[in-house]
Design a protein around this ligand. Structure first.
Ligand SMILES: [Zn+2]
Length: 459
């Protein structure tokens, strides 16, 4: 009963294991440290200027160093000049897009507040809006800067662009009407209803919250969770304390759907130009209801009363069940892999393990061999199963459309490559000796934990 383990092999094994564990631990530590950044250095409060067009929304001072571009003036509480320029460049692009889509001629149609001819942007670096995100007002936008020090909003350029475009649609609305929604009292028929305003902003920007439901199954799932709330009845903003996650997950997606129906060829086949016409009419004092009926060809109260019936006729019941089919295929793949690896493993792995690198048959003989094959097979199945779960989670995550999935897929691929390398390594060189086999779970679990942490951060 002598277990032949050469001291040299033991040392190499220990070194390899130590390196792998060290790399994993260091990556986890590095990832927790990255993101804290340098401590914020706020501008001197004495230098701050205590006024601005955004005071209708937030009473925030600015640092007195705005930058100007053709259509924008970018103020801030300390954002770098570069961060302001980046924001202004995107704003210029997005304004052109919105104006073109809505068929608006800024020179003749925009009605700026008196004394102004540019749109203000307040790029907040240290201040944060209640509830996060960005806000629009009459001829202005409050949005976080690319070098924001506080808050949780993404500084990914795609996320900033989607949010800026959403707010830009609100700004164009205010400039077409020549007023800000807050200027018109609640209950006044000339006040723009929230569903129309947010629905257009979501439809033209592509969506900044969860995507609009596009099947009856999805819409009914939302209704089951949040109640049968008619989006057309959403006329006035609700206090954030009352809405919770219903705002991003029900109200915005449903308003998005309500406007998409107006625009879709299978719905009312209107164009964004018709929506702009509603706003222009309201600028001449028309009520929303009359402007809406004149340009959309349907009364607002009629739309409200018929909303769910119209959606029943418009939306398909369901789409191809990619989710269920994907999960079933993954399980099938994992099961066949397990069967295959067991059969193939019993025939080949012990031979492979004893030919190259390994010195000889271990003393434990047949039982050890079987145990080893079962261990490798089980972990191969767990590896594939875990990768399938990760892919599934990334593909079907309930996210705004701008969130990129590619980094998640990349992390999953890296995980698979490392896991397969660990398994191959254990088969070819070491693990048939029982001591090395005990390292397999440790390495694979470390690999899985690291990947799960990376993916959890985004999804
Ligand atoms: Zn909005």
């Amino acid at each position: 009963m002598v277990v032949e383990v050469a001291p040299l092999m033991n040392r190499r094994l220990a070194v390899v294991a130590a390196v792998v564990v060290a790399v994993v631990v260091m990556s986890v530590v590095a990832m927790s440290v990255v993101g804290f950044g340098s401590p914020p250095e706020r501008p001197d409060p004495a230098q701050m200027i205590d006024s601005g067009s955004w005071y209708v929304r937030e009473q925030w001072a600015h640092d007195g160093h705005p930058i100007e571009t053709e259509h924008f003036v970018v103020y801030s509480d300390g954002a770098s000049q570069k961060a302001r320029q980046r924001l202004a460049a995107i704003a210029e692009e997005v304004l052109v897009e919105v104006v073109e889509e809505m068929g608006v001629d800024p020179a003749t149609m925009f009605r700026f507040p008196s004394g102004k001819d540019k749109i203000d942007i307040y790029a907040n670096r240290y201040n944060v809006l209640e509830g996060g995100g960005a806000r629009a007002y009459y001829a202005g936008i409050v949005i976080w800067s690319f070098d924001r020090e506080v808050g949780r909003d993404s500084t990914d350029v795609r996320a900033v662009r989607f949010n800026l475009k959403h707010e830009m649609v609100h700004v164009v609305e205010a400039l077409l009407k020549g007023n800000y929604v807050g200027d018109i009292p609640v209950g006044d028929p000339r006040r723009m209803p929230v569903w129309f305003s947010e629905g257009i902003a979501e439809a033209l920007s592509g969506g900044t919250t969860v995507d609009a439901p596009r099947t009856l199954d999805k819409m009914n799932a939302l209704i089951a969770k949040y109640g049968r709330i008619n989006p057309i009845a959403w006329r006035v903003d609700l206090p954030p304390s009352e809405t919770g996650d219903a705002y991003p997950k029900y109200y915005y997606p449903m308003a998005h759907l309500a406007v998409e129906y107006l625009l879709d060829a299978d719905g009312l086949a209107k164009s964004p130009k018709d929506l702009a016409a509603v706003m222009l009419d309201m600028g001449t004092g028309a009520s929303f209801a009359s402007a809406f009926e004149a340009h959309i060809g349907l009364g607002e109260s009629e739309y409200e009363a018929q909303f769910f019936a119209r959606m029943d006729a418009y939306l398909p019941q369901s789409e191809f069940p990619r989710e269920t089919v994907g999960l079933a295929l993954s399980s099938l793949l994992a099961a066949s892999l397990m069967g295959f690896s067991l059969i193939w493993g019993f025939r080949h792995w012990p031979a492979v393990a004893t030919t190259k690198g390994a010195v000889s048959e271990p003393a434990s003989g047949r039982r050890g061999r079987r145990g080893f094959v079962v261990e490798i097979s089980v972990f191969a199945v767990f590896t594939v199963g875990f990768a399938a779960l990760l892919l599934h989670q990334i593909a079907f995550a309930d996210l705004p459309p701008y969130v990129q999935r590619a980094p998640g897929y990349l992390a999953t691929t890296a995980y698979l490559v490392v896991a397969v390398a660990i398994l191959l390594w254990s088969v070819r060189r070491w693990a048939y000796r029982r001591r090395a086999a005990s390292l397999i779970p440790l390495l694979l679990i470390a690999d899985a934990a690291l990947t799960a942490r990376i993916i959890e951060e985004r999804f």
